[in-house]
Design a protein around this ligand. Structure first.
Ligand SMILES: CC(C)(COP(=O)(O)OP(=O)(O)OC[C@H]1O[C@@H](n2cnc3c(N)ncnc32)[C@H](O)[C@@H]1OP(=O)(O)O)[C@@H](O)C(=O)NCCC(=O)NCCS
Length: 157
């Protein structure tokens, strides 16, 4: 089985700061894109691109100097798409206290050199927890169709 899980951890640096002294939302979104890119590419063994990011909820701030931990894992695969669940945590270096700051699902598609979707290996859930996660991804996929319909007038050229 290909590798399904990727983790990043690093210190939040002063260059990541926003005007309020905490980590910029855009910095967190970039890290989410990077960790899920690594996860999707490791799973597919192919170059993979973001096709959808939904419902990023910022739950708590990340402070400069916190240890940022990102965990990405495949929770559903279609023909060419990989649905990746990403959790972001901020950890206090001195106390080890860990807070979940963000959660989202991001969808990647494996593509060839002409940007044509490629078939990806099927991920099959084995544990109870993974079955629940796959159901969660399928549920979101259904809801996304309604959201896409609502957004249609605004995303067409
Ligand atoms: C990704 C891309 C190649 C897909 O092309 P496409 O013509 O839509 O291809 P398809 O219709 O065959 O869809 C491919 C997969 O994407 C999925 N997909 C398409 N739109 C989606 C959406 N809104 N949400 C989730 N998945 C979506 C499809 O379900 C399909 O998955 P499957 O193969 O597992 O069934 C094309 O949309 C693209 O190039 N987008 C830009 C990607 C990019 O540049 N990302 C970086 C952002 S800066």
């Amino acid at each position: 089985m290909p590798k399904r899980h990727v983790q990043f951890s690093f210190l939040a640096e002063p260059t990541d700061v926003n005007f309020g002294g905490k980590v910029h939302g855009g910095a967190a979104m970039k890290w989410i894109d990077q960790v899920s890119y690594a996860c999707a590419s490791a799973w597919s063994g192919e170059y993979s691109i973001t096709v959808y990011v939904g419902g990023i909820r910022f739950l708590a701030p990340i402070k400069i100097g916190d240890l940022v931990e990102l965990e990405a894992k495949v929770i559903y695969t279609g023909t060419s798409s990989m649905h990746i669940a990403v959790d972001v945590y901020a950890k206090k270096i001195k106390t080890d206290e860990r807070t979940k700051t963000t959660h989202c699902i991001i969808v990647f598609v494996a593509v060839d050199q002409d940007n044509k979707p490629l078939k990806v290996p099927k991920w099959v859930p084995e544990t109870k927890e993974d079955i629940v996660l796959e159901k969660y991804a399928i549920n979101l996929m259904k809801r996304r169709k309604e959201i896409d319909e609502t957004m249609k007038p605004y995303i067409e050229n």
